[in-house]
Ligand binder design. Structure first.
Ligand SMILES: [Zn+2]
Length: 76
């Protein structure tokens, strides 16, 4: 349930969405604090059908969600 709760919390409370330039994290000047905040893209959503993945994370201060699209590299 924890992951589902995480997902619901992030998506339902999202203030806005912004494409990240990085697979792992995004630095942004937070509108809430005025500080440069590093947001780790801790979560990964994957589509088994087309191998697309979306990494995402949220700034806990301003609730802006950063996401990054990629393709899963399959190891055979
Ligand atoms: Zn922020």
């Amino acid at each position: 349930m924890e992951l589902l709760d995480n997902l619901k919390d992030i998506i339902l409370n999202a203030n806005s969405f912004q494409k990240s330039k990085n697979y792992y994290f995004e630095n942004h000047i937070c509108s809430q604090t005025g500080n440069n905040i590093k947001v780790n893209l801790d979560f990964k959503l994957s589509n088994e059908d087309n191998d697309k993945i979306m990494k995402f994370g949220v700034c806990n201060h301003c609730k802006k969600v950063f996401y990054y699209y990629d393709f899963e590299s399959k190891s055979f």
